[in-house]
Design a protein around this ligand. Structure first.
Ligand code: MG
Length: 159
């Protein structure tokens, strides 16, 4: 039975942080702020997979009050989401995601992101879709105050 899940995440862009999206470090004067590396794309994908399992969100598995997760690469969270799928004898069918960022340009990094995400989830790159769009200069994303990501995941489960 194929189950689907949805995920959304947003982090603030601040000076003095590295910008990491989809596991790729992107040169930019500002980076995403957060307890971990604040990789909004990986977090959204993580929540989509956990949602397909009927599980609680990423914050339940990795509380941002726990010092163990301070500064960790978000790949760790995706690996855990994939482990949760395997624990249920499930299989990730596909993931599709959109990054919403006014700047920097995301497109040149999409291939690298796909590879990182596929590796972390133990799936093939053709099972991972990532697109990017701007917010047409509107709102907090348009003002480059933050970057958001949304994702869906489908997971084949034996129940
Ligand atoms: Mg997050």
């Amino acid at each position: 039975m194929v189950h689907v899940g949805i995920g959304y995440d947003v982090h603030q862009l601040v000076a003095g942080r590295k910008l990491v999206l989809g596991g790729v470090e992107i040169p930019h004067p500002k980076g995403l702020d957060g307890h971990s590396d604040a990789d909004a794309l990986m977090h959204a994908i993580c929540d989509a997979i956990l949602g397909a399992l009927g599980e609680e969100d990423i914050g339940h598995f990795f509380p941002n009050t726990d010092p163990r997760w301070k500064g960790v690469p978000s790949r760790v969270f995706l690996e855990e989401a994939a482990r949760q799928v395997l624990l249920r004898s499930g299989r990730i069918v596909n993931v599709d995601a959109t990054v919403i960022a006014q700047a920097p340009k995301i497109y040149p990094h999409l291939a690298g992101m796909k590879k990182c995400i596929a590796d972390a989830l133990g799936v093939r790159e053709c099972q991972i879709g990532i697109k990017a769009t701007t917010n047409e200069l509107m709102g907090f994303i348009g003002r480059e105050e933050g970057i958001a990501a949304m994702a869906v995941a489908s997971v084949d489960l034996p129940f």
